[in-house]
Design a protein around this ligand. Sequence first.
Ligand code: G
Ligand code: G
Ligand code: MN
Ligand code: NA
Length: 248
Amino acid sequence: AEMEGRLKGAIKSGAIEAVFQPLVSATTGAVTGLEALARWRTATGNISPEVFIPLAERCGLIDALGVHMLRTSIEHAKNWPDLALSVNVSPVQLCNPEFAAEVISVLQELDFNPKRLTLEITEGVLMTNPDQARRSIDQLKRVGIKFALDDFGCGYASIGALRQFGFDRMKIDRSLVSALDEGANGADVLRATISLATALQIPVTAEGIENSRQAAILREAGCDQLQGYLMGRPMSAHDISSRLEEES
Ligand code: G
Ligand code: G
Ligand code: MN
Ligand code: NA
């Protein structure tokens, strides 16, 4: 309960910040987009999003946290006009009937082109509340916002969901990528997964790439976008700007 109060205060005061991880073209190596990730730094140490996101979901703070993350990421992204922006959305948010209208009003208020925005969602919501999920997704797709199916390969997400909900991109979970280092049939599983997405004409991002051998296999298998510590760690807005300057 004490933690809940602190989280509420942190959202209100802007103490929850966005860091940005590069999304890189598999063919040119150029940064083409950024994924915003939430960070909570306190006087006594950092609290992981793996702790505070589920807490926010449980205690009714996820809508406020989600709007704060959207707003602050967009404000930063206005400094990088050529890049796409990806923001994570909790299944709890997507089930809120007000969600789509709220996102659209933030974009209008901040004068941000909806075509630059991708919302990343995990598959859970598609099973628990498919009707509301579909309504939210449809409403947002109509204004040009794109959707990525996050963490593909670690849960129950199916190829069927990719098609039925009109996802614009598949993100392969980093557990499938790290399996490449463990021998066995990791590369075959990845190639099969990417082929299925390609057959549906859905482009694929691979997450959690940490070495150049993984990157080579994924490029070869047809991923068009790479993400992971090898391409760049999540960084402050300031460090992203420096990185982009170095590249130009
Ligand atoms: O950044 P990190 O790898 O520590 O993130 C851990 C988990 O928290 C990931 O599953 C990530 O998707 C999730 N996460 C990070 N930032 C956000 C956010 O702004 N909103 C939501 N809903 N999840 C986030
Ligand atoms: O669930 P989601 O895919 O949004 O989670 C992204 C999380 O993965 C972030 O917390 C980010 O810090 C983490 N991450 C990003 N790249 C790598 C990587 O190359 N290796 C590992 N271990 N984690 C990564
Ligand atoms: Mn994500
Ligand atoms: Na993921």
